[in-house]
Design a protein. Structure first.
Ligand code: TNX
Length: 515
């Protein structure tokens, strides 16, 4: 067990309270979710559960072709809809009787991401933004079958939907074990399907440096060549990362880069030895599982801060994200707080906003700096008091390097010995965190060394975390989620997801489904 982190009494109490609230709310949602529409019409199974949905009797049938009528200012939504239709073998033809309209309007109640979806004799998707329309298209995708059909049937629904939180994320550790660009593309597609909108890439750690920095080529030549024992090495060129940024943007997702400083830096120290203090003798690449042993030499500010500034300048030129993650976890050093303060100010000077892991709360910084809460028992109250926005990743709910079930091979259990099963993750209630901007599940890869293993840890748990972040807590419940999520299995199969065969969803059959 690499981390001596225990659940405190405080966190246990809070977890209990969250479950009690949910138990009281359970069942209240299922009529609203309209899992069982009138007559024989197809069911409307949506994850995340929309804010409101009315189901009328009857259904809309069509075959073969639809007419598309799309606002020119919504290119991403249009492309997503065209891809969906093409994947189902549906042609677009102006003369077709069935019409799908993508309409931009100015309904302020929808905010930046909200949308309406109405199925009558045609389909009307409306929103204030291209991103809102993208979400509408994803809902339509979920209402449609996963594979081509001779005839398509849609339930007659009227949906009005907005997210509870603006930050609905996944943190992926590509540093311990590398994940190829193609896998990240697939993951972005699947995230978009569940209306997730932040992919946080943990690009550097002790075991590897994965982002090309042109001014310091050895970071990837040396730091990109190592990996955790049994894992994959590798690195991304700046062009590949720019491609990923655009790919994500087209799906309504912002990629948030993380360069983890000043600890978790053995790969950087092995590449440029002068970043370490002069008495440090261990400068070799690292493939183990320990944390908290490496640090930039904070006693050499004339070496460290130009390095940090130059690296960040290249990172910012690749990633347009307003928030830039600078790590700051698991390090004890007398100059740690000073490092956080200086780095937060540096990022601010560069026109962006820093985000640190929770320990960064000791720095002196503007209240707009974000903190990522990860130890359930960490005392975050003072930071909340100062107004720091929180991204919630409490490990006993959202560390999905922990098992889908207790004792799952190749998973950690340092934060919760029972693992983080689907129901546990779903039971999280974010509402007590007054400055929360959202939720991020985190997949660390010390023990996750292949695409299939990553899929197994991510799905279906990431869909549950999408619902926790999108749907207001009193409105949702685990039983309804199970029904709706179970029904989306064909969509996951069609996307080729190698998900965990979750018994709570009735997926525990012996054979994997075909891709
Ligand atoms: C804690 S969360 C870490 C990571 C590990 C993870 C393993 C955080 C800021 N640090 O370095 O990979 O636990 O579960």
């Amino acid at each position: 067990m690499p981390y001596p982190v225990g659940m405190t009494r405080f966190s246990k109490l809070r977890a209990f309270a969250a479950c009690a609230v949910l138990a009281a709310a359970a069942g209240c949602h299922s009529t609203r979710s309209a899992d069982v529409p009138a007559g024989n019409a197809p069911a409307a199974h949506l994850v995340p559960l929309p804010q409101s949905m009315q189901v009328e009797p009857g259904e809309l049938r069509f075959a073969g072709a639809v007419a598309l009528d799309a606002d020119a200012s919504a290119p991403h939504a249009r492309r997503a809809l065209e891809d969906t239709l093409a994947g189902l073998g549906i042609a677009t033809r102006d003369a077709a009787a069935m019409r799908i309209r993508l309409q931009l309007g100015d309904d302020a109640t929808l905010g930046d991401e909200g949308y309406r979806l109405v199925v009558t004799d045609g389909v009307l998707l409306s929103a204030r933004t291209d991103i809102g329309l993208l979400h509408a298209v994803q809902s339509l995708r979920q209402l449609l079958p996963a594979r081509p059909q001779a005839q398509f049937r849609l339930p007659r629904v009227a949906i009005v939907d907005t997210p509870a939180y603006r930050w609905r994320g996944l943190s992926l550790d590509v540093a311990r074990s590398f994940l190829p660009v193609e896998y990240l593309e697939k993951t972005l597609d699947r995230m978009a399907f569940f209306k997730l909108n932040r992919l946080h890439l943990h690009l550097t750690d002790d075991q590897g440096w994965r982002i090309e920095i042109k001014r310091y080529p050895k970071l990837v030549e040396i730091g990109g060549a190592s990996a955790v024992e049994g894992g994959r090495s590798g690195w991304y060129t700046q062009d590949q990362l720019k491609h990923l940024v655009a790919y994500a943007q087209a799906r309504g997702i912002t990629i948030v880069p993380e360069v983890d400083l000043p600890g978790h830096t053995q790969a950087a120290l092995a590449s440029y030895n002068e970043l370490a203090c002069d008495d440090v003798t261990n400068l070799a690449p690292y493939a183990g599982l320990e944390v908290g042993f490496s640090v930039l030499c904070l006693d050499k500010p004339e070496v460290v801060y130009p390095f940090v500034r130059n690296v960040l300048a290249e990172v910012l030129a690749i990633f347009p994200s307003q928030e830039i993650h600078v790590g700051g976890d698991e390090i004890k050093h007398p100059l740690y707080a000073d490092f956080i303060s200086r780095t937060a100010a540096m990022v601010d000077d560069m026109g962006r906003t820093a985000i640190f892991w929770e320990e960064g709360s000791v720095g002196e910084m503007k209240p707009d700096v974000l903190l990522q809460f990860w130890n359930d028992g960490y005392d975050i109250a003072a930071a909340v008091e100062k107004g720091h926005p929180l991204v919630l990743s409490p490990c006993s709910y959202f560390y999905i390097d922990h098992g889908n079930y207790a004792g799952q091979p190749q998973t950690y259990d340092w934060c919760r010995k029972e693992g983080v099963p689907l129901a546990r993750l779903y039971s999280f209630d974010p509402t007590p965190f007054k400055t929360a901007v959202g939720i991020e599940a985190a997949l660390w890869t010390e023990l996750v060394h292949s695409d299939d293993a990553a899929d197994n840890r991510l799905w279906p748990r990431l869909a549950a975390s999408a619902e926790v972040a999108w749907t207001r807590t009193p409105q949702r419940g685990y039983d309804g989620f199970r029904q709706r999520m179970a029904a989306l299995r064909p969509h996951l199969d069609a996307m080729g997801v190698r998900y965990h065969r979750e018994p709570d969803l009735g997926w525990a059959d012996a054979e994997p489904r075909p891709r």
